[in-house]
Design a protein around this ligand. Structure first.
Ligand code: AMP
Ligand code: GLY
Length: 428
């Protein structure tokens, strides 16, 4: 089979790496992909932008691609899967209608209310003065969210009323997120520990993957501004078997049932960002795709061939699948460009990846990189995901950081405490 992956991040490198391990697969194309994907034996990158729908379709037809897997949310919310399927091509991911679960926070909140899915109390506003009045009425802490896609930057967790009012002003008056902030959702602040559950869906059946936990803040101890994710580990001990069962029954199954009832059957990956509170799991947000960097720690633990599972999702046969994971945990540390998540320079030479990968169980997934005349350079905020597996958690964390020490580029920064919360749960 020939498989096309849309996207160019660490998530897409991890997907390509896992897909390339399938004996069913002859070639994995990345559009536009990255040098990590190109370095795989079966990997080929093609210079196609993720929003070039007609170019993607022409490529799929020219190369007889058997399956297109869409990584990022943007082309999903804009209907790339619908577009390919209308042309008779097989694509993995939700339709634009189903992708509203991520594309509009107001849609997701109203959907959860209709289907009694546990989440923070909320209200939505098209008018800044109304939103401000609501904040004054409720007080802090309180959470302000731009309704639309804002590349992970549209959420402010405000510990005081002034911060909340500033966030409303930024989104609705100064248009910091463009049209994505014309409407805001104001939410109750939830207390607990976060975890991510990614689940395969085929429109009717849902099968959760192993749990994971992201580290969103840029600095150690969850300090500093939010990023796309500075590291992750799987499994997340906060997701006990009992909590996992509740997530399935109270969140994932009701989503898939509700979306089907409302005429938007959910197919692809459903990513539930959860707060595990004293009352149980509550939804922070939905994403309609594989998480980044969660994918980089979940896929290395997956024993089962991913490709038949993706096909089963596309063809409504997920019920037949039995998906197994290795017991050994997996940890990934994101190495980011100096300044990220603020402004950062690009084009710094990267060295040491081969040395890092010389230790068994280490894999460096590439994200913001580019090759220039055989030199690997930084080309984005999150540059590399240094990933380790194959031992108990403390050793795996140590292995990941040993690998990080071997890799360098000017200005590189990373968190030193990835996996620390899991160790705490284990009493270590
Ligand atoms: P989101 O983009 O919706 O995932 O929000 C980004 C981050 O803000 C989440 O990962 C949480 O850490 C935090 N957050 C969002 N909503 C809430 C909430 N209602 N209560 C507490 N923290 C929240
Ligand atoms: N790790 C968070 C996300 O993928 O949105």
């Amino acid at each position: 089979m020939k498989i096309l992956i849309i996207g160019s991040g660490g998530r897409e490198h991890a997907l390509a790496w896992k897909i390339a391990q399938s004996p069913l697969v002859a070639k994995v194309y990345g559009a536009p992909g990255n040098p990590g994907i190109a370095s795989l034996d079966k990997g080929v990158c093609i210079p196609l932008a993720i929003d070039d729908f007609s170019g993607i379709k022409a490529f799929v037809e020219e190369k007889d691609i058997d399956l297109t897997v869409v990584g990022p949310e943007d082309p999903l919310t804009k209907g790339l899967v619908d577009y390919l399927e209308q042309g008779g091509d097989r694509a993995f991911g939700p339709s634009a209608g189903a992708a509203q679960l991520e594309g509009s926070k107001a849609f997701a909140k109203a959907f959860m209310e209709r289907h009694h899915i546990p989440t923070a109390a909320w209200a939505e506003f098209d008018d800044a003065a109304d939103a401000a009045a609501y904040v004054h009425e409720k007080g802090a802490p309180i959470v302000i969210k731009a309704d639309g896609l804002a590349a992970g930057k549209g959420v402010t967790v405000a510990m005081d009323v002034d911060t909340a009012l500033r966030a409303i002003d930024e989104a609705m008056v100064q248009h910091a997120f463009g049209s994505a902030g014309a409407r805001v959702v104001v939410e109750e602040f939830m207390v607990g520990e976060e975890a991510s559950i990614l689940a395969f869906c085929d429109g009717k059946t849902v099968i959760p993957m192993a749990s994971s936990q992201d580290h969103k803040a840029v600095f150690d101890g969850d300090k500093g501004p939010n990023t796309g994710g500075m590291g992750a580990y799987s499994p997340a001990p906060v997701v006990t078997p009992e909590i996992e069962e509740r997530i399935l029954k109270e969140v994932l199954q009701p989503v898939v049932r509700g979306m089907a009832e409302e005429g938007n059957p959910y197919k692809g990956i459903l990513y539930a960002g959860l707060m595990i509170t004293d009352q149980g799991p509550r939804v922070v947000e939905f994403n309609v795709r594989f998480g980044d960097p969660e994918t980089q720690v979940v896929l290395p633990r997956m024993k089962t061939d991913l490709v038949p599972v993706l096909l089963a999702c596309c063809e409504g046969r997920l019920e037949e699948e039995n998906i197994e994971y290795h017991d050994a945990p997996c940890v990934t540390v994101v190495m980011a460009s100096g300044g990220y998540p603020g402004a950062y320079a690009k084009g710094k030479a990267i060295s040491g990846i081969a040395e890092a990968e010389s230790e068994a169980g280490v894999c460096v997934f590439q994200a913001g990189t580019k090759l220039e005349e055989a030199t690997l350079l930084t080309n984005g905020g999150r540059v590399l995901n240094v990933t380790a597996t194959g031992g108990a958690l403390p050793e795996t964390i140590a292995k990941a950081y040993r690998a990080v020490d071997k890799v360098s580029f000017e200005g590189a920064h990373y968190r030193n405490d990835i996996g620390g919360k899991a160790l705490k749960h284990m009493g270590l």
